[in-house]
Every structure is written in C-alpha cells, then in structure tokens.
Ligand binder design. Structure first.
Ligand SMILES: [Zn+2]
Length: 405
C-alpha cells in the first residue's frame, strides 16, 4: 500500500480526552478514530490488525473443531426475558422501534445461539458441538475512558459448546484452554489462567485469561514453572513468595495483568431457559451442559499496544503488524523495490509522500511496523534495513532481504 493513497494520517499530538496509552498511540498513528466515548472507527491500518488477530483466533478455534457462523446484533426482547437478562443485566442496551416493539443489542449471544442449536441437536450422538463467531458486542458502560480496552462497542470471538455430561465439558475446556494459550502466544503475549466467580452469567466457575502487563488492572500471583495463577484482588490466601501450590517447583510472583479472554461453565442455565433437551443413551430426555468462551479482539489489540510501545510509538509483534515492512523512499526512490517486494508477496507500506525524511522516520516509528527499509541516494544499490526493536541499521541487498526471517 502506498502511504500517499492509504487514508493514513498521523498526528503530532494525542486527543485531549485520551487517558490511556492505547488510545493516544492508536489515534496518533492513524489506526482508529473515536466517534464517541467507547465507540471507535477502525481505519485501514487498524482494520488490518483486527483481521490479523481474528485470523489467529479463527485458526485455533477451527483446530479444536469450532464451526464458524455469524449471528445477528439485534435480538428479540423475548429471548432475553426468557433468561432473565433483560431485567438483570444493567449493561444491556434496550432499543425501541417506531411501533414500540423492543429489542436488545447483542451483549453476548447465548440468547440467540441456544434456540438456534436446539433446532439442530436431537440426540447425544449430535454432541459435543461447538460453534463460534467473531462479531461486535455492545455494553452500556458508564465510563469508557480506556481507549479500545473497554468499549461500549467491541469486537469479540465467542464460542459456545454443548455437552451431554459435566465430564465432557471439562474435557473440552482443557482443549479450549490449550487453544487459548496458543492464540495469546502467537500474538506475542504471555497469558495465565485464573479461576474466578461466575459474575452475572452463572453461579458456576469461570476462568479468566490474563496477559501479564504493567498496564493491567488486575493483580495476579502466578508461577513461572507451571500455569498456576490466581487473581488476588479479593483473596488473601496467597502472597508473593509463597511456594506454588500446584507444582511446588517455584515461588509465586506478582504482576499486573489485563483480562483478554474468559470461559464460563454455564451448566444447564440456558438449555433449561429454552427447554432444549436431547435424548441420552438410555432414551431419557436431558438438558445439555453448555460452555461459553470469549476472546476480546479489539481489547487484545489495545492490550498489545499497552504492552508493546516505547516513547516513539507502537512496536507491533510480527504476527499482528498491519504490514510486514515499512519502506521509506527518499530522493524519489523506492518505486522499484516496492514492486519487487509485492511480487515476492511481502506486505509493505511504501512511504512515497513528498514530506521531509525526518517526518517519514518519525511516522515509521510511530506506526510500529516490525521492519523499516530505506532507499535513497545514500544507500545506492543497497537497502538500509532496521528492526523497530533496535537502533542498529545495516545495508543489505534484495536477495538477503527476502531471506530474512
Ligand atoms: Zn507452579
């Protein structure tokens, strides 16, 4: 993509109302614009990052047998009344039509996916089943000042699973947990799993996936030898330096963390609400056990920015960067290299603008693509190569460049 034709505009200053690093940097670097508190437009660079994160999540959900669908954002009130959510969930947006009919805006999708699945599942032979989608959600937040970390409108992957028995759910949960840890590792993040109370969803247990970052809002204790982790905001059973209660191989360390995913054991709450029964091996009609597994896509993008940035701008991990390389052309150069990179399927942002070199370099640092290339009168036939994470530059030729990891 050519910078001159990219719809990207960088800003010297962050918006006055921006309080968090992700809000400031994502606006300044031209990834997002805020429409109103907690509601953002994703510009071409931002949309590319969302697509990359979504694709990693999609691949790992497909790998555990998830089937991708797309469910609507506007739901009939009746479905939410059936589960009690219409009155009990205070962040649920209620919408009235001109004929006074009421609807809910998707805050989650149990109220849609449960009656949908009921239509297709008849016997235990159809179980287990897991389906997911990557779709927007709405939450009527009173305070939305965390940039894209906690929006009133946000993109989420939510997967739902159905099981004949609790044991089968537990087994699937183990697979989902491994898939989640893979997702976060691929995104360049270190995630830990904590057990937490079920909140508004159910009385059953839930699991939170926390990414270690100094910008996080949760206090956790974790073990670096195994995956044991606990949220210590409301317990005093454990403290820093205690021996790990699970592997006993290391002492517990403290960290701030951001929640990027969660799993809820929904039990039979939703299958009972929609009278969704299946026939078991004995021919009896029983309510399946249900699980819900979320990953905040836009939130994860915000957490990545909070974790990976420096005083010059964002430092995207390779897998989610909007482009593989950022080509800075000086003295009218770069056209030939741009075309050669594209021919070699390298995703490149080519800064072909007629602006001072200093501005091009500052923008490259601000946008944060992992590799910066410069061609100018000074570099001659060679290409100057620099990683965003390093100050070191080297002159290489094209053959060396395309062999770089
Ligand atoms: Zn341990």
């Amino acid at each position: 993509m050519r910078f001159s034709d990219s719809f990207v505009t960088t800003l010297r200053d962050a918006p006055k109302d921006a309080e968090t690093v992700n809000h400031k940097l994502l606006v300044r670097a031209g990834f997002v614009r805020q429409l109103m508190a907690g509601v953002y437009t994703y510009l071409p660079l931002g949309q590319r990052v969302l697509n990359k994160i979504s694709q990693v999540v999609r691949e790992e959900m497909d790998a555990i047998g998830g089937k991708e669908v797309l469910m609507p954002l506007m739901h009939p009130k009746e479905n939410w009344v059936k589960t009690g959510g219409w009155d009990k969930i205070d962040v649920l947006f209620h919408v009235k039509s001109r004929t006074d009919k009421e609807y809910a805006l998707a805050q989650s999708h149990e109220e849609v996916v449960t009656p949908l699945t009921k239509e297709f599942i008849r016997t235990y032979k159809d179980l287990p089943l897991s389906i997911y989608h990557i779709q927007w959600k709405f939450r009527d937040e009173l305070r939305s000042k965390s940039g894209i970390l906690r929006g009133r409108e946000f993109l989420m992957k939510d997967l739902y699973s159905w099981h004949l028995t609790q044991e089968d759910f537990e087994e699937f949960y183990k697979k989902a947990k491994e898939a989640y840890l893979k997702v976060f590792k691929r995104l360049g993040l270190t995630a830990k799993v904590t057990e937490a109370s079920g909140g508004g969803f159910s009385e059953k247990i839930s699991y939170e996936f926390e990414v270690l970052t100094s910008a996080g809002e949760a206090n956790i204790l974790y073990c670096s030898k195994c995956d044991w982790c606990v949220n210590i905001d409301d317990i005093d059973k454990y403290k820093e330096g205690d021996k790990c209660p699970s592997c006993k191989d290391d002492v517990l360390k403290h960290s701030l963390a951001s929640e990027v995913g969660n799993v809820f054991d929904l039990g039979q709450k939703y299958t009972k609400a929609f009278d969704f029964k299946v026939q078991n091996e004995k021919g009896e009609m029983v309510y399946p056990i249900m699980g819900c597994y979320g990953i905040g896509i836009t939130r994860t993008m915000g957490v990545i920015v909070e974790k990976f940035h420096d005083e010059k701008g964002i430092v995207w991990p390779k897998e989610v960067a909007p482009f593989d390389m950022h080509l800075v052309g000086l003295n009218g150069k770069g056209e030939e290299l741009y075309n050669k990179l594209k021919e070699n399927n390298i995703d490149v942002l080519f800064d072909d603008r007629d602006v001072p070199a200093g501005q091009k370099f500052a923008d490259a640092d601000l946008i944060g693509i992992p590799v910066r290339l410069v061609v100018s009168d000074k570099t001659g036939e060679k290409i100057e190569y620099k990683k965003r994470t390093s100050d070191e530059t080297k002159l290489i030729d094209f053959e060396e460049l395309i062999k770089m990891p």
